[in-house]
Design a protein around this ligand. Structure first.
Ligand code: TYD
Ligand code: ZN
Length: 418
C-alpha cells in the first residue's frame, strides 16, 4: 500500500470549512486510507501499487456541513470516468420526470436555454430536448462527454468555471435554468462554481441542484456513500449558508428517494418568497442536532457496528458452504468492501451492467467484475447488493434468479436477506 499525503501534486488538504470557512472542524470517522472508489483496475495493474488517500470525515459545527478535508485532484478522479447515469432505469425515469416538472413549473419555452453541470451521458438533458427546450451540457470526463455528444447532446468537455460560463454567455446567452444533479458534492471550489452560476444565470433564472441528504445518510447509516469523490454531505442549513454568501436564495426544497434519499433544492436571486418546505427541513435538522458533534460520534459507532455485523454475517454464510457474489460494482460498494475488508475470500466476483467495468477489478480488494449474465448461469446462493439504491429495479430484473432460489442481501444498516 502506498499512502501519499501532502507531497503529492494530485492531493490537497483544505484549511477550513468549504462552505463557511470556519477553521475548527471535528473529525468523527476514519474510513480509510482507501484508493479512489471508481479507480477500477485492469488485470495488468493488479501487481502495481495503488495510491491510497485518507478518507477522514469531518463536521463543521458552524454551518453543519459534513465534509472531507482531503481533496484528491478532480483531474485524477474525473478525466476518465466510469459512471454512466443511463445504466439505471430508476435514474432515467427520475430525470425524465425532473425535466417535465421544471418545464411546467417555470413555464419554459423554446427560446430558453437549460444548462446541466456535470451532464454525464446527457440523460437529464435528453428529457429537456424532447420537450423542445435548448440544452447544453458541461461534463469534464472526456469519455463520458463523447457518449453524450454521439447521442446528439451538445456538451462542453470541461470543468465548470467562471471562464467556461463567460464563454457560454458570449456564444449562447444566459441560461434560464441551470441544473446540477449529483455533482455539487464533487466540487471543492463551491465559491468558484457559484460565481460561474451567477455569471451564467438570467436575472430571474432558476438554479436546481440535487444532492444526497445528510439526514438520510445518518438515519440509514449509509456510510458507504462516503468516498473521495463526495467531498460534501449537505445539510439544508449548509446549503442555505452557502447560497446566501452569493446573494442567492434557496426558496424551495423537496425530499426525493434517489441515491438513498436526496434533496432537490431550488435557488434564485434574492429577494424571493421562501416556501414552508425550507423552514420545515431546517427545523427538522435542528431537532436532529445536525450541528452537534455527538450526533456524529453516535453515527460513527453505528458504522463500526455495521462492519462487525456484516462481516460476521457473510463469514458465517461462507462457512456454511454458500457461494456469494456482489451486485453492482459501485463506488459506494468499494467504500463498503475496503472498510469491511471484504475480498475474494467472501465474494467470488461482482456483476455490473456497465460495459467498461466488466473484465476489470475493484480498487483495493481486487474483486473481478463480470457481466450480469453470469448470475443465472452460476446460481450463487447469495448476492450482496452493493447497488442497494436500485433494490426494486434489480429485484424485478433478476426475478429468474430469485425464482430459482437465489437470495439477495441488503448490507445496510444491518445485513438483511430479501
Ligand atoms: P450507483 O449505485 O448509481 O452509484 P455509485 O457508483 O455512485 O455508488 O451505481 C450503480 C452501478 O450498478 C452501476 O455501475 C451500474 C450498476 N447496475 C447494474 O449492474 N445493474 C442494474 O440493474 C443497475 C440498476 C445498476
Ligand atoms: Zn462550515
Amino acid at each position: 500500500m502506498e499512502l501519499h499525503l501532502n507531497s503529492r501534486t494530485d492531493f490537497t488538504r483544505n484549511k477550513g470549512c468549504r462552505v463557511c470557512k470556519n477553521r475548527t472542524l471535528y473529525k468523527f470517522l476514519k474510513l480509510g486510507p482507501t484508493p479512489p472508489a471508481n479507480s477500477i483496475l485492469k488485470q495488468e495493474q493488479l501487481l502495481l501499487k495503488e495510491t491510497f488517500y485518507p478518507l477522514d470525515i469531518y463536521l463543521c459545527p458552524e454551518c453543519s456541513l459534513v465534509q472531507l478535508k482531503d481533496v484528491v485532484s478532480p483531474k485524477t478522479l474525473f478525466t476518465d470516468y466510469v459512471y454512466l447515469t443511463g445504466m439505471a432505469m430508476t435514474m432515467k425515469q427520475h430525470f425524465h420526470l425532473l425535466a417535465v416538472e421544471v418545464v411546467n413549473d417555470f413555464n419554459l419555452s423554446k427560446d430558453d436555454l437549460v444548462i446541466d453541470i456535470g451532464s454525464n451521458d446527457g440523460t437529464l438533458l435528453k428529457g429537456f430536448r424532447h420537450l423542445g427546450i435548448k440544452t447544453l451540457g458541461i461534463e469534464p470526463s472526456t469519455n463520458i462527454a463523447l457518449i453524450a455528444k454521439r447521442e446528439g447532446i451538445e456538451t462542453i468537455n470541461d470543468f465548470f468555471s467562471v471562464g467556461v460560463a463567460k464563454k457560454i454567455v458570449q456564444s449562447k446567452g444566459h441560461a434560464q435554468v441551470i441544473t446540477g444533479t449529483n455533482v455539487f458534492a464533487h466540487i471543492n471550489d463551491l465559491d468558484g462554481t457559484l460565481q460561474a452560476v451567477d455569471n451564467l444565470l438570467t436575472s430571474d433564472g432558476i438554479f436546481i441542484i440535487e444532492v444526497p441528504y445528510l439526514v438520510d445518510l445518518l438515519s440509514k447509516t449509509e456510510f458507504d456513500t462516503m468516498y473521495h469523490e463526495h467531498l460534501s454531505y449537505f445539510s439544508l442549513r449548509s446549503l442555505v449558508t452557502l447560497f446566501k454568501r452569493f446573494n442567492l436564495e434557496l426558496f424551495d426544497v423537496k425530499r426525493i428517494p434517489v441515491h438513498g434519499g436526496s434533496i432537490r433544492c431550488y435557488v434564485r436571486r434574492v429577494p424571493s418568497e421562501i416556501k414552508s418546505s425550507v423552514h420545515q427541513l431546517l427545523s427538522l435538522e435542528k431537532d436532529l442536532k445536525l450541528g452537534i458533534v455527538d450526533t456524529y460520534l453516535e453515527f460513527a459507532t453505528k458504522v463500526k457496528n455495521t462492519r462487525i455485523q456484516l462481516t460476521s454475517f457473510l463469514k458465517r454464510l461462507k462457512e456454511e458452504g454458500n457461494g456469494i457474489i456482489g451486485y453492482g460494482a459501485t463506488a459506494k460498494g468499494n467504500t463498503l468492501l475496503n472498510y469491511c475488508k471484504i475480498g475474494t475470500e467472501i465474494l467470488d466476483y461482482i456483476i455490473d451492467n456497465t460495459p467498461f467495468k466488466q473484465g476489470l477489478y475493484t480498487p483495493g480488494m481486487h474483486i473481478p467484475i463480470m457481466h450480469p449474465n453470469r448470475l443465472v448461469k452460476d446460481m450463487p446462493d447469495y448476492v450482496l447488493l452493493l447497488a442497494w439504491n436500485y433494490l426494486d429495479e434489480i429485484l424485478e430484473k433478476e426475478q429468474k434468479y430469485r425464482e430459482l432460489g437465489g437470495k439477495f442481501i441488503v448490507p445496510l444498516p444491518e445485513p438483511k436477506i430479501v
